[in-house]
Design a protein around this ligand. Structure first.
Ligand SMILES: C[S@@+](CC[C@H](N)C(=O)[O-])C[C@H]1O[C@@H](n2cnc3c(N)ncnc32)[C@H](O)[C@@H]1O
Length: 165
């Protein structure tokens, strides 16, 4: 399949999964973390669908257009290995949704990073919180959620157990 078609499928799947996550956390107050600001596409969508909810974005560098970058209190720049373990101090409350979008074309490196990201998330997310990711993750007791209808690209959604963090 060509790369344009792949990209369209990926972006549509992301939008569906983000909308589903927003629905799942609708009645649950708490902040959201966006791991991988990138070009700010998914952040911009989250900003639109989550109203006034706080969203903290993480990336190694800023390469998104200015209108898709959070203010400096909500934009954390640095390697995930250093920044994600600091989520409790930075965010100050347990996030109720984490969107992790960090995949590259190096699947082996992505798998290592996915396990590091999952460990950081497991340590900070609120009970019953939701994770959506472009790479598979494993965490103790994490339940795999079905993807919403219409997803045409591999994506991964999880519900964190009630007794975590
Ligand atoms: C696929 S892009 C994110 C796309 C973004 N969600 C969007 O909608 O535009 C992945 C991002 O993760 C960041 N990234 C990957 N590995 C990282 C790491 N170890 N530490 C910090 N940032 C990392 C890259 O800089 C890149 O911007």
């Amino acid at each position: 399949m060509n790369r344009l078609t792949n990209m369209i499928k990926r972006l549509e799947t992301q939008r569906l999964c983000l909308n589903e996550a927003a629905r799942l956390i609708q009645s649950v107050p708490g902040p959201v973390v966006e791991i991988g600001l990138g070009k700010g596409r998914t952040y911009s969508h989250l900003r639109e669908i989550l109203g006034t909810r706080e969203i903290y974005a993480f990336d190694g560098s800023i390469h998104a257009p200015a209108d898709a970058v959070p203010d400096s209190d909500h934009m954390i720049v640095g390697d995930f290995k250093q920044t994600l373990p600091q989520i409790p101090e930075i965010v100050g409350a347990a996030p109720v949704f984490a969107h992790a979008d960090f995949g590259s074309e190096d699947r082996a490196a992505d798998a290592v990073l996915a396990s590091e990201v999952a460990a950081s998330l497991a340590a900070c997310l609120a009970p019953n919180s939701v994770v959506a990711s472009d790479r598979a993750m494993e965490g103790q007791g994490w339940a795999v959620l079905p993807l919403p209808d219409g997803c045409l690209w591999p994506y991964f959604m999880y519900r964190i157990p009630a007794g975590s963090a």
